[in-house]
Design a protein around this ligand. Structure first.
Ligand SMILES: *[C@@H]1O[C@H](CO)[C@@H](O)[C@H](O)[C@H]1NC(C)=O
Ligand SMILES: *[C@@H]1O[C@H](CO)[C@@H](O)[C@H](O)[C@H]1NC(C)=O
Length: 255
């Protein structure tokens, strides 16, 4: 049985401090949209019934998630049920809570009664499944969305740049004693443009699993990223994104 409600008070303090610092950070004026990205109903896990133990458990755990969502994530896992809320690294406090509320309502609407279901928004993912999957890399539920505009000049240079960026950001995300499994950064691309990047793993992954997930997805989806001016690879376990414009309010302890 694993529950993250035993998070240390210290961590909460850091988040409170981070929020305060963010409030005086002008980068808050960046795009703060929270677009719906995708969802998947895990049909093979079947459906649950009204009044079942499974439904009671979901209700109970989702109440807990609502309370804990302000710190940016929550996890629950036992042999019959795993749930993960992971907000983007710069999204905590009411931003994460709002995303959670939106995601839960949408999940109920889009995958009614399904035991297993995942939904992704710009700022959060909410996932449920009917087995113990805490810490396991999900190789199945991943997808890539690229921007329409193509990289026309210096493509090999661009490929090099985003690959270096994903490696550097992965390293940054998994090192340090307070490893957040999240990092943002940018790199100059030959044409003079900046490429802005972000990587993140869900909090249930170990550092090693986080690295493996990001490596796997950057290899697996390279054709989706290589040709376009901006793309994101999104999954249950890890995600990364590149754009030619800044799209994130920088997280304080990664600067
Ligand atoms: C906001 O996002 C849009 C694409 O969704 C982008 O074209 C625009 O440049 C962004 N604005 C800022 C300030 O990042
Ligand atoms: C949505 O996610 C599933 C994987 O869970 C993927 O197969 C599908 O292509 C995705 N849809 C889009 C529009 O990206």
């Amino acid at each position: 049985m694993y529950s993250s409600s035993s998070v240390s008070k210290r961590l909460i303090l850091i988040y409170v401090l981070a929020i305060q610092l963010l409030l005086i950070n002008s980068e808050l004026s960046l795009n703060t949209t929270n677009d719906y990205l995708n969802h998947t109903c895990l049909v093979s896990q079947g459906k649950y019934k009204t009044g079942s133990e499974y439904e009671k458990l979901i209700k109970h755990i989702m109440k807990m998630f609502y309370i804990n969502s302000i710190r940016g994530y929550d996890l629950f896992g036992d042999s019959t049920f795993t749930a993960v809320l992971q907000c983007r690294g710069d999204s905590y406090g009411t931003k994460c809570r709002d995303c959670f509320v939106t995601a839960l309502a949408a999940l109920r609407r889009r995958c009614p009664w399904y035991k297993g279901r995942i939904i992704w928004y710009d700022q959060c993912l909410l996932s449920m499944d009917s087995k113990y999957s805490v810490g396991q890399i999900d190789y199945d539920n991943n997808f890539c969305m690229s921007n329409a505009k193509k990289v026309v000049e210096d493509r090999s240079e661009y490929i090099k740049v985003w690959n270096i960026l994903v490696d550097d950001l992965t390293e940054l995300a998994i090192t340090g004693d307070n490893s957040t499994l999240y990092s943002v950064g940018e790199k100059r691309y030959k044409g003079g443009d900046m490429v802005y990047g972000m990587v993140q793993c869900a909090k249930d992954l170990s550092r090693k699993a986080c690295q493996e997930c990001l490596w796997y997805n950057s290899f697996h989806f390279q054709d989706c990223v290589n040709y376009f001016r901006g793309a994101r690879v999104v999954g249950r376990s890890c995600t990364f994104r590149f754009e030619f414009y800044p799209f994130i309010a920088k997280q304080v302890h990664n600067i």
